[in-house]
Design a binder for this molecule. Structure first.
Ligand SMILES: [Mg+2]
Ligand SMILES: [Zn+2]
Length: 225
């Protein structure tokens, strides 16, 4: 029998956090001016890197203003039990985001998840300017800031044997992961994206739902480490 390791990759904005925190931050601090960029970004004419840099430029904010603004955002209530379920059987859980560590670190810490693995772009505030850096290099993809498809490929290269990759997401920033994952959970924009391209996906509502479907697919088995 060949041992197969299960790993879960999941998006943050709109997936773990119920609403899109990154979008809301830029929407709020740019006085909605960021909306003019989105049609080009959704159509692939504007890369995520350029979009993020432009959004940052139009969104002055201090650290204090930012953190008090994001305190309103809540997590999917199924996420905590999902994390625990993964831990019990040693399933590797990795958060992949094309947002910024600046707000994701803060919210993960607030919810007691600062130990989780996170692959994300880097943001910090200097005075009232938001500075963004891209520490994760994309070999091929020119669309993403940190390409989720390439992060999954790297994971497979680093882990010998068969890896069964589960991906959970909700939006266009998850597009590159759709062809790399073995099992894909999609909702909202990501569901539309998959439907239009005939990409197979499991529709889900929240992490309770993901857990239930993974259970019925027999994916929660004790991992051999
Ligand atoms: Mg998202
Ligand atoms: Zn990509």
């Amino acid at each position: 029998m060949i041992d197969t390791q299960v790993a879960v990759f999941c998006d943050f904005d709109g997936t773990i956090a119920r609403r899109d925190v990154g979008y809301s931050i830029f929407h709020h601090f740019s006085n909605s001016r960021n909306d003019e960029l989105l049609p080009d970004w959704k159509a692939g004419r504007l890369s995520s890197r350029d979009c993020l840099l432009k959004e940052a430029e139009m969104s002055p904010m201090t650290e204090e203003e930012l953190f008090s603004f994001i305190d309103q955002f809540e997590f999917d209530s199924g996420f905590a039990p999902f994390v625990e379920k993964c831990q019990v059987v040693s399933i590797d859980l990795i958060i992949v985001s094309d947002g910024l560590d600046l707000y994701i670190d803060y919210l993960l810490k607030r919810e007691g998840f600062e130990h989780l693995k996170l692959i994300v772009n880097h943001g910090y505030i200097d005075g009232n300017r938001l500075i963004i850096e891209f520490p994760h290099h994309n070999q091929i993809c020119r669309k993403c800031g940190s390409c989720k498809g390439e992060r999954i490929q790297e994971y497979r290269q680093q882990h010998e044997g068969n890896t069964n990759i589960i991906f959970v997401g909700d939006g266009y920033s998850d597009a590159c992961a759709t062809t790399e994952a073995d099992v894909l959970f999609a909702k909202k924009d990501l569901e539309r994206y998959c439907r239009m391209r005939n990409i197979k996906y499991q529709l889900y509502d929240d992490f309770f739902d993901v857990a239930e479907q993974m259970d019925s697919m027999g994916l929660f088995v004790k991992q051999k480490l």
